[in-house]
Design a binder for this molecule. Structure first.
Ligand SMILES: [Zn+2]
Ligand SMILES: [Zn+2]
Length: 218
């Protein structure tokens, strides 16, 4: 098992501009520099999730391309936390018609609700169809339980797709991640931050714990 990112990189941060984060892209970029980070992927919820949650309509996503980080040298990328839509593996990977440059595929009950076996089938079909576009599989340990999560993890390994160790849920539900740490070939540790506090604290706590448990060299 290899952890692909360092503490200075976070690939899953939500913003106020495009979904349910509480800070703007400007605030996130500036703060990331202040805490010594080097790379942030603004990975907001897909249009399917925005519609399901009835979030108010935000600025046209295409203008994100015009945004420039004028504060520091933190690299900012615009991704989408794509949604699994059914067991066939259909995926919504856009916001307002604009696809992300980085895709995390997640399951959010409500956007699509299936039993664990069907959701697993959906993830496997999605990976077979979109392995080139999917950069990370999101918080499956949270959604699927050990038995089904393991199936998704092994399929992701086959496609060389990394999986997410989601720092937010790592602390809420500490016992569900063993299946990931034991079986995944490639892991990203992401905060899934919706606030600046989460961006700073959650990821750091997970990295500290991984070091303590011998998963990372100190
Ligand atoms: Zn959210
Ligand atoms: Zn999510």
């Amino acid at each position: 098992m290899k952890i692909l990112n360092t503490e200075k990189e976070d690939y899953h941060v939500h913003s106020l501009n495009y979904s349910d984060g509480l800070s703007t892209i400007d605030e996130i970029a500036r703060f990331a520099g202040e805490i010594g980070m080097k790379k942030i992927v603004i990975c907001d919820h897909s249009q399917a999730a925005l519609d399901h949650n009835k979030y108010m309509k935000k600025s046209y996503r295409g203008i994100a391309a015009r945004w420039k980080n004028v504060f520091n040298d933190v690299e900012i990328l615009f991704g989408v936390e794509a949604d699994l839509l059914n067991e066939k593996g259909d995926v919504c990977m856009h916001i307002g018609g604009v696809e992300g440059d980085f895709i995390i595929l997640s399951y959010h009950a409500g956007v699509y609700t299936g039993d664990k076996t069907r959701v697993t089938e959906g993830f496997i079909n999605a990976m077979n169809r979109y392995s080139k576009q999917i950069n990370i599989i999101g918080h499956v340990c949270l959604d699927l339980g050990e038995v089904q999560a393991k199936k998704v993890i092994l399929e992701a390994n086959k496609h060389k797709i990394p999986l997410e160790l989601n720092a937010k849920y790592f602390f809420k539900y500490p016992d569900i991640w063993d299946v990931l740490l034991k079986n995944a070939d490639r892991i990203y540790v992401n905060s899934d931050a919706h606030t600046l506090y989460e961006l700073k604290e959650f990821r750091k706590k997970v990295f500290d714990r991984l070091k303590k448990e011998g998963y990372l060299k100190t």
